[in-house]
Design a protein around this ligand. Structure first.
Ligand code: 7TS
Length: 437
């Protein structure tokens, strides 16, 4: 019997030449070390070329004309939808007279934020009543909090929160108490954008369904980095953004189960989403057009398709394994620097995101990020749109390093060296010198 062998480790050096921006210098000859991938990733040449090609050779508006360019761009745009469908393993639909579309459950939006707002407005306003409960977690990005607070304001519903352990894991035992007969929707991120925590979404979905609630998964930080299978997960809605997964900004995805989407009223009205308009009113179009009012993100969607091709060729399992290595090394390096507090769980529970502070509070996150920038290292500092999470851990800001397939162990070591230097530096003197340069 042959023993199964692990996939060979991914070699980031193979991919780096595809990313023109990774070759640039910052601060006169300092190579860029890009560790801000949770905010947005960089793009490979293949994605940039897909955009250029669409603009140079095929560009027209979609679903409007019968001229050659129009037919070509329709094919590219709907091809991108099919690519996304396969990427998340959404079901393929049978076309019929009522709806000729074979990919009805993938809606193009402008990003995860738009996708979540669409559900809150459309599904939420139609289904949530005073006293109903919406369950979120304490680690959510504001994009998966504020739309639910707004829904609660509009409807008189109550937003409740799944608390966190001191390690930054969800306290799942609280679900017994928090999932009630009034829980209409659970909204949870698959991966936290600060803690890096990989949440047990399948278990949450199963328990939420047992309680009769619908589940939205915020996959903004998971879809780019690990395989996504909406059918295996059995989520009702899933939201993510193109720009965090090698694609362009301006395009995102909402997946929804067809029966839910069909029952939902359109979120926005306008061209492209109607089957008929009269002086008396309108009839909405079938899925997915019903939710794509106005001119959609045409070329960004086409380029997202190229990004999915790129990710598929590398392999999401391999990317996830590579990021685990980087995270493990980051924890080791930060521990050896000393004086740092990592906010979040042990590496085995997290994706490629590591947030930390100097335990003494000095230097501040802002100063650290500015110091690291002089070493060419791009990290993010601040609350990363998770103010309740930061409050939970008693800090107002963290420094965050976040990885992707093109990051190397050597870059993690550079981060460690720069942090060791930051720890030694007479900070006020260093920064005032930097400011006066
Ligand atoms: N959900 C999560 C978990 C996110 O991390 C983000 C963006 C969003 C939703 C919103 O995505 P958007 O594309 O619609 O803006 N997160 C971050 C971040 O961590 N730093 O900058 C943006």
């Amino acid at each position: 019997m042959r023993t199964p062998c692990a996939a060979p480790p991914l070699d980031p050096e193979r991919f780096r030449p595809d990313f023109p921006i990774l070759g640039r210098m910052v601060h006169e000859g300092v190579p860029l070390v890009y560790l801000d991938n949770a905010a947005t990733s960089q793009r490979p040449r293949q994605v940039i070329e897909a955009m250029t090609d669409a603009y140079e050779r095929h560009y027209a508006n979609v679903h409007r004309g019968i001229h050659t360019l129009s037919a070509e761009i329709d094919e590219l745009y709907e091809g991108a939808r099919e690519k996304v469908r396969a990427f998340i393993n959404a079901p393929r639909d049978a076309s019929n007279d009522d709806n000729p579309a074979t990919t009805q459950e993938v809606i193009f939006t402008s990003g995860a934020t738009h996708s979540i707002n669409l559900v809150a407005r459309s599904w939420g306003d139609a289904n949530v009543r005073p006293g109903d409960e919406i369950l979120v977690t304490e680690m959510e990005h504001h994009s998966n909090l504020v739309p639910w607070y707004q829904l609660a304001q509009r409807t008189g519903a109550v937003v409740r929160h799944i608390p966190l352990t001191d390690d930054g894991l969800l306290q799942l035992d609280s679900l017994d108490r928090l999932l009630t007969k009034r829980t209409r929707l659970v909204a949870v991120s698959a991966v936290s954008n600060v803690l890096g925590t990989i949440n047990p979404v399948r278990e949450i979905i199963r328990r939420a369904h047992d309680a009769g609630a619908v589940v939205l998964v915020d996959a903004a930080q998971s879809a780019p980095h690990q395989p996504t299978d909406v059918q295996a997960m059995d989520c009702d809605f899933l939201a993510f953004s193109g720009h965090k997964m090698l694609g362009p900004s301006g395009v995102g995805v909402l997946y929804g189960k067809r029966d839910l989407l069909e029952a939902m009223p359109p979120f926005m009205g306008g061209g492209g989403m109607i089957s008929e308009v009269t002086l008396e009113g309108f009839r909405p179009l079938y899925l997915p057009g019903k939710f794509e009012a106005g001119t959609p993100p045409i070329v960004p969607a086409v380029a997202l398709s190229a990004a999915i091709d790129y990710l598929g060729a590398v392999g999401l399992e391999a990317i996830a394994a590579h990021e685990r290595l980087l995270t493990q090394r980051t924890h080791e390096v930060l521990e050896s620097v000393g004086g740092l507090r990592i906010i979040g769980p042990a590496p085995e529970h997290k994706a490629g995101i590591v947030s930390f502070v100097f335990a003494s509070g000095r230097p501040s996150g802002h100063d650290v990020a500015q110091f690291l920038d002089r070493y060419g290292i791009a990290v993010r500092t601040g609350h990363h749109c998770t103010m309740p999470l930061h409050k939970r851990f008693g800090v107002s800001a963290t420094v965050r390093a976040s990885f992707y397939l093109y990051n190397t162990l050597a870059e993690v070591d550079k981060l460690g060296e720069a942090l060791a230097a930051a720890k030694r530096a007479p900070f006020s003197a260093f920064l005032s010198a930097a400011r006066s340069e």
